[in-house]
Design a protein around this ligand. Structure first.
Ligand code: TYD
Length: 337
C-alpha cells in the first residue's frame, strides 16, 4: 500500500504517521506538509530514518507541486489531515483558512480523481455541526451549522469532498472528531496552553464563564479511528469519532492545576471568544458499530502522563512559545490577560 498523508507534521498528523509506520511497517508513506507555524518535523524525529517514510515540503493548495507529488508517488490512498485549525486565529484572519482548508482540499480532491486514488479519507471536526443544545448529541445526519471562520471552512471542505464523491465517483470517507489532546500539541490550544502556563506560573485564561463543554478525545484514539475509517469506512459515508468525555473548560483547567500540584490563583476569567460555541457533543455509535472504534480511558486518567510529557519536553514547547507564538499571544490576549 502506498499512502499519502497531508499535514503529517502537525499534531494529529504526526500521531497518525507514527501509528501507520508502527501498525503497517510495510506500507510506503509520503507525508506532505508545508511546515507552517503549526507544523514541526521534530514531532517525527523518531521516524525520520524509516525507509518507508518520505517527506515532501509542499503547500497542498499548490496545484502543480501536488500534481508532481501524486505523479511521482502514485498513492493508493490519501488521508487528508492538513488544515489550519485554530478558531481564535481564524477570527483574527480567515484568509489562510480559506487557502488551506478550502482550496487545499479542492486541489487534493482533483488530484485524487485524476490519479484514480482508491480511497480518500478527509479528517474533519465536530465544529461543523455547530453547538449542541444541553440534551443534544449530533449523529452524522445532523445539519452543518458552523459559526466561526474555521468551522465554516471545514464545513465547506466536507461539502466539497462529498460533491466529488457524487460527481466523480471518488471513494471518500469523512471522519469528524471531537477536541483532541496529547503530547506535541501546539500551545495555542487550551490544554497545552494551560499546562505550560501553569508550569511557568503564568495566568490561565478562561474565556467567558468557563462553562463551555468540549468532548476530549486522546489523539492516539482519534488516529486509530482514522485508520479504521481508511480500512473499513464505506464510500460516501461520514463517521463521528467522540470520546464520550464531555467536560466544562473550567473543570479541565482546575484538573491541570491539581495535577501539577498548583493552586487555582492564576485562573483569570477573560473576555469571551465571539460566537463561542457553548457545547459540542457527538454520537459516535456508527463508528463504534461499523469501524470498531473504541476510545480509551477518560482524560482524568491520562492527565498525569500528559503533564509529565510536557514537563519532560520543556525545550520543545519553550522554543515554540519563544517564536512566532509570542507575537500571536500578545495580540490575541492583549485585552484578556
Ligand atoms: P481550543 O483548544 O481553542 O479548541 P476549540 O476552540 O477548537 O474547541 O479551545 C477549547 C476550549 O477552551 C474552547 O471552549 C475555548 C476555550 N479556551 C479558553 O477558555 N481559554 C483559552 O486560552 C483557549 C485557547 C481556549
Amino acid at each position: 500500500m502506498k499512502l499519502l498523508v497531508t499535514g503529517g507534521c502537525g499534531f494529529i498528523g504526526s500521531n497518525f504517521v507514527r501509528l501507520i509506520l508502527t501498525e503497517h511497517p510495510q506500507w510506503q508513506l509520503t507525508n506532505v506538509d508545508l511546515l507552517t507555524y503549526a507544523g514541526n518535523r521534530e514531532r517525527l524525529a523518531d521516524v525520520e530514518g524509516n525507509r518507508n517514510y518520505f517527506f515532501e515540503r509542499i503547500d497542498i493548495a499548490d496545484k502543480d507541486r501536488m500534481e508532481d507529488v501524486f505523479a511521482r508517488t502514485r498513492p493508493d490512498a490519501v488521508v487528508h489531515i492538513a488544515a489550519e485549525t485554530h478558531v481564535d486565529r481564524s477570527i483574527m484572519d480567515s484568509a489562510p483558512f480559506l487557502h488551506s482548508n478550502v482550496i487545499g482540499t479542492q486541489v487534493i480532491l482533483d488530484a485524487c480523481t485524476r490519479h484514480k486514488v482508491n480511497k480518500m479519507v478527509h479528517v474533519s471536526t465536530d465544529e461543523v455541526y455547530g453547538p449542541a443544545g444541553p440534551e443534544e448529541s449530533f449523529d452524522e445526519n445532523a445539519p452543518l451549522k458552523p459559526r466561526n471562520p474555521y468551522s465554516a471552512t471545514k464545513a465547506a471542505a466536507d461539502h466539497l469532498v462529498m460533491a466529488h464523491h457524487l460527481v466523480n465517483g471518488l471513494n471518500v470517507v469523512i471522519t469528524r472528531s471531537t477536541n483532541n489532546y496529547g503530547p506535541h500539541q501546539h500551545p495555542e490550544k487550551l490544554l497545552p496552553l494551560v499546562i505550560t502556563n501553569c508550569m511557568e506560573n503564568q495566568p490561565l485564561p478562561v474565556y467567558g464563564d468557563g462553562m463551555q463543554q468540549r468532548d476530549w478525545l486522546y489523539v492516539e484514539d482519534h488516529c486509530r479511528g482514522i485508520l479504521a475509517a481508511l480500512e473499513k469506512g464505506k464510500a460516501g459515508e461520514v463517521y463521528n469519532l467522540s470520546a464520550g468525555c464531555e467536560r466544562p473548560n473550567l473543570d479541565i483547567i482546575k484538573a491541570v492545576c491539581r495535577t501539577l500540584g498548583k493552586g487555582e490563583d492564576k485562573i483569570r476569567f477573560v473576555k469571551d471568544r465571539p460566537s463561542h460555541d457553548r457545547r459540542y457533543s457527538l454520537d459516535s455509535s456508527k463508528a463504534e458499530n461499523e469501524l470498531g472504534f473504541k476510545p480509551g480511558p477518560p482524560i482524568e486518567e491520562r492527565l498525569g502522563q500528559l503533564v509529565g510529557w510536557y514537563e519532560q519536553n520543556r525545550q520543545w514547547w519553550e522554543s515554540i512559545k519563544a517564536g512566532e507564538f509570542k507575537d500571536y499571544y500578545k495580540e490575541a490576549y492583549k485585552d484578556r490577560v
